[in-house]
Write a protein that binds this ligand. Structure first.
Ligand code: NDP
Length: 447
């Protein structure tokens, strides 16, 4: 704790895991107890952290120096796998929190045949207000160092905040130039179809989130047509949010919000498919802020608020936080519960603060699926992209979408099997992931 006191979000992630695993650390069988404790101690320290300089020139020829990282956290189940985040808030602690989460998330995919270790990387580079040429130069410089550390069998990065198809393309382009390994398609996932990507990868985190939420609502609330007419609040307006919204609309939900770091677009009567198309075009093609599209959609823009803190938004059934860590705090969750909330499904990683989680845990009538399970569809589909890349072929979109549904169903089943039918899905997710990694470490002779 003291050693990493400056890495607050990492400690928060470890503490969240610890609370779920406490029963294992007090297991009556001494041998098992010791094994679990030893494994947890090992898993809170990354196997390796690479940190490097990323110099790049802006359009005026001015030199900038950023810090790049790759945290290779655990290889027990397979090659390190996890996204790259470009954001000014990125430091070693943020990437350790994300990498730690990733180990157990990826372990939930093992039952479906995907063998993936956990890692995460990125940089404190801020792509906002940068030209396309500047982003390209930054990506090329970043990969000039990173390429020594990755390969389809060692470490396979993907996207995360501010790293989408464009950035993955530039990174892969530089990897190819430096290594001459043009068949190494599986070294990065989240590629576009033209350069070796998989159908449905860009949609997978958002779609997977809605698929698992649907299963949980139908199971726990005994409802058919989980989303028909239900009011769903979504935060963020990036990759995860966009495709969560699309799938919610497909399932007949009323999507009442999206947001960015400056404010929220509130759709009192639900977003239409036309609204959704405007948002996607504005974000993916034109790189606009939500404040710039207010007049083009039926929603009302409220500056300085998130869907969770916004006073005008008091009435929704389900919450889908899809922006960033710690976006739902104690005050917000009280407000959300007071207005009839029935489920929280985390598209983002650790979007709920420790205090807000404590409150959620006391409300056992609210379905709560943590990010580790709820947003695993993205990395699951990345695993499918790696499989296609190694076979040097591509599956059609329906095949991948069906596989994604199966992955999410398999994850949901593991949560239920581990926690019991009335148990906490959070505990189920954390224990199921942890136990898979422990078994692997044990068989490898690492404990
Ligand atoms: P994007 O960069 O595509 O979108 C991020 C969205 O969140 C943007 O709307 C952004 O607004 C908003 N946001 C970012 N930081 C903040 C902040 N500090 N406060 C408020 N809003 C913020 O990222 P993704 O959609 O890929 O990722 C979103 C979340 O989902 C992250 O937690 C990520 O780790 C997680 N995730 C992503 C996966 C993927 O496949 N992409 C897989 C699994 C999890 P703005 O433009 O103003 O910054």
């Amino acid at each position: 704790q003291q050693k990493y006191a400056h890495q607050e979000t990492f400690l928060q992630a470890v503490q969240e895991m610890y609370l779920s695993l406490e029963p294992l650390f007090n297991h009556p069988d001494e041998v098992l107890r010791d094994k679990y404790i030893k494994a947890f101690q090992m898993l809170t320290e990354p196997e390796r952290t690479i940190s490097f300089r990323v110099p790049w020139e802006d359009d005026n020829g001015v030199l900038h120096i950023n810090r790049g990282y790759r945290v290779e956290f655990s290889s027990a189940l397979g090659p390190y796998k996890g996204g790259l985040r470009f954001h000014p808030s990125v430091d070693e602690g943020i990437l350790k929190f994300l990498g730690f989460e990733q180990i157990f998330k990826n372990a939930l995919l093992q039952k479906s045949g995907l063998q993936l270790g956990g890692g995460k990387g990125g940089s404190d580079f801020d792509p906002k207000n940068k030209s396309d040429a500047e982003v390209k130069r930054f990506c090329q410089s970043f990969m000039t160092e990173l390429h020594r550390h990755i390969s389809p069998n060692i470490d396979v990065p993907a996207g995360d905040i501010n790293v989408g198809g464009r950035e993955i393309g530039y990174l892969f382009g530089q990897y190819k130039r430096l290594t001459n390994m043009h068949g190494d398609f599986g070294v990065l996932t989240g590629k576009s179809l033209t350069i070796g990507g998989s159908h449905i990868r860009k949609e997978a985190t958002g779609y997977g989130l809605v698929y698992i939420a649907k299963l949980a609502i139908e199971d726990k609330l005994k409802q058919r047509d989980a989303f028909k007419g239900k009011r769903c609040a979504v935060s963020g307006s990036g990759n995860v949010s966009q495709y969560a919204c699309e799938k919610l609309l497909d399932f007949g939900a009323k999507v009442v919000s999206v947001s960015d770091s400056n404010g929220v677009l509130h759709f009192e009567n639900g977003m239409s498919k036309d609204d959704w198309e405007v948002i996607v075009k504005a974000k993916q093609r034109d790189r606009l802020r939500l404040s710039e599209i207010e007049g083009l959609v039926s929603g009302k823009y409220i500056a300085g608020k998130s869907p969770w803190s916004c006073e005008q938004m008091t009435n929704y059934d389900f919450a889908f936080p899809c922006a960033t860590q710690n976006e739902i705090d104690e005050e917000s969750i009280q407000k959300m519960i007071g207005s009839g909330l029935r489920g929280v499904f985390e598209g983002a990683n650790l979007p709920t603060t420790e205090k807000a989680q404590e409150i959620l845990r006391r409300h056992t009538n609210i379905i709560y699926i943590p990010g580790k399970a709820a947003n695993a569809g993205g990395v699951g589909c990345s695993g499918l992209e790696m499989s296609q890349n190694s076979q040097k072929l591509g599956w059609n979109p329906n095949v991948v979408d069906e596989k994604l549904k199966d992955l999410m169903a398999e994850i949901y089943q593991q949560l239920i099997d581990t926690a019991g039918p009335d148990g906490s899905l959070e505990v189920g997710a954390n224990q199921a992931g942890f136990l898979k990694v422990v078994d692997a470490m044990d068989e490898l002779g690492w404990l």
